[in-house]
Design a protein around this ligand. Structure first.
Ligand SMILES: C[S@@+](CC[C@H](N)C(=O)[O-])C[C@H]1O[C@@H](n2cnc3c(N)ncnc32)[C@H](O)[C@@H]1O
Length: 199
């Protein structure tokens, strides 16, 4: 259940590539059952996963993998800063601008923020890319999971649909984090990579 191919895990490698060399500390915000958190812990000695869902923290802790897990809301988290801060499919659960700023505030100067997020299609403008994504998803799912059926989500995982469109997320990212690299990807995801300047 935890190691199946999904749209989020397809982009884990991209996020891990943004990890600073000799990363000493990392925070995975909205870690869920700890899928990415465990991968970060293979390369970084001090990794924390936080999530406001008690059930997700229970599942992550039960699976283990070298990270520590804490049940909390990002807006109440006062530890840090960290060399590497990540979140996957989380930021659309909060006000985007406040949430992105809260993510960036947890990054140490010289450290990196890597966000993977979801946005809403603005139809018909976004339809061609969405349909291309659907075809790619079908093929990749079959190759990686050996079935035409996309796997069900982790039981108990809090999920909501994104409200902001791709264009709105891009524009707000520019406003909150000038210099961040925003990229839209084919499997209904965007990434934001931001390295905080050393003052
Ligand atoms: C769709 S799940 C993604 C989980 C995980 N990142 C993954 O990729 O499997 C979104 C997670 O974000 C958590 N979350 C949402 N808002 C949060 C907040 N303000 N602070 C901490 N966690 C939050 C939810 O509890 C949920 O576990």
């Amino acid at each position: 259940m935890t190691d199946v191919w999904r749209h989020n895990s397809h982009y884990h490698r991209l996020l891990l590539k943004a990890m600073p060399p000799n990363c000493g500390s990392a925070l995975d915000i909205g870690c869920g059952s700890g899928l990415l958190t465990r991968k970060i812990a293979e390369r970084c000695p001090d990794v924390t996963g936080i999530d406001r869902s008690a059930e997700m923290i229970r599942q992550a802790t039960e699976t283990g993998g070298g990270a520590k897990y804490v049940q909390t809301d990002i807006h109440d988290w006062a530890e840090g800063p960290y060399d590497f801060v990540t979140s996957v499919a989380v930021i659309h659960h909060m006000d985007f601008e406040t949430g992105l700023k809260a993510h960036a505030d947890l990054v140490r100067p010289g450290g990196t923020l890597a966000v993977l997020g979801l946005a809403r299609d603005d139809v018909p403008k976004d339809l061609p890319l969405a349909l291309t994504g659907m075809a790619c998803s079908f093929v990749l799912n079959w190759i990686n999971n050996g079935s035409p059926r996309y796997p069900p989500e982790q039981p108990g995982m809090p999920m909501i649909m994104p409200e902001l469109t791709w264009a709105q997320v891009r524009e707000r990212t520019r406003k909150v984090l000038p210099g961040a690299v925003f990229r839209r990807h084919l499997l209904w995801r965007y990434s934001i990579i931001f390295t905080k300047a050393i003052e």
